[in-house]
Design a protein around this ligand. Structure first.
Ligand SMILES: [Zn+2]
Length: 226
């Protein structure tokens, strides 16, 4: 439990802000000052505490918000802001294959980190379309214009040969479409499943790109000196 006081006003609040929203390290934040929105002993009141990250490499400030837990001026943790998102891991092969996917995917992650859950799913769906279409265009450069125009499901059906990519991308598209339509078709899956399927799709695409690279560059072993 933490306490702070100012003039005749003293407040206590739970731990909670134990990681820095900027650098994402576990920290014991420096508590700078606080304000109470409402009366300290009134339900519905909030406490904002200005915090600072103690890490020499960071030192950024953030606001941790607490709400009244009981009528003894004790507050429980709600959230810290700003919420800086951690950029998702993307392989070098995917970065080279589809820079647009990476940009849209990062924006979707940023939206989700900002609690914009109604639009982050739409962003993930758009990112998936760029990833799949750029992958298919790389394999079928002469069909570029056709692939660009086709619906994503048709592109997956006609141009994706690898079964792992095809099956994961197909399911990601189903869940992605659920994020854009009025009525959900998959009640037991959500945006977390969509993100897992996109991660799987990225992984299978990376495997295929790397495998093709080594098959193309090491196919003539018998002709090379032992
Ligand atoms: Zn920090």
């Amino acid at each position: 439990m933490n306490t702070m006081s100012r003039s005749n006003l003293s407040v206590s609040f739970d731990d909670g802000a134990n990681s820095c929203p900027h650098c994402h390290y576990s920290i014991e934040p420096i508590k700078l000052f606080f304000i109470i929105l409402g009366a300290a002993n009134s339900l519905g009141s909030f406490l904002d505490v200005a915090m600072q990250c103690p890490r020499t490499e960071c030192k950024r400030m953030f606001i941790s918000t607490y709400k009244v837990k009981n009528l003894n001026a004790h507050f429980s943790f709600v959230q810290s802001k700003p919420k800086n998102f951690i950029a998702p891991d993307v392989t070098p092969q995917v970065i080279e294959l589809s820079p647009s996917f990476v940009e849209i995917y990062n924006q979707a992650c940023a939206a989700e980190a900002s609690d914009l859950d109604q639009i982050s799913g739409v962003g993930y769906r758009k990112a998936l379309e760029f990833l799949i279409k750029d992958y298919c265009i790389s394999k079928n450069t002469d069909k570029k214009d056709s692939i660009k125009q086709l619906a994503l499901a048709k592109v997956i059906g006609e141009y994706v040969n690898d079964m792992n990519i095809k099956e994961c991308a197909k399911r990601a598209t189903w869940l992605g479409n659920d994020e854009t339509h009025y009525v959900r078709k998959f009640e037991n899956q959500d945006i977390e499943d969509l993100k897992v399927l996109i991660t799987l799709t990225m992984g299978w695409i990376t495997n295929c790109v790397l495998t093709s690279h080594y098959l193309e560059n090491m196919e003539n072993r018998k002709k090379q000196p032992a």
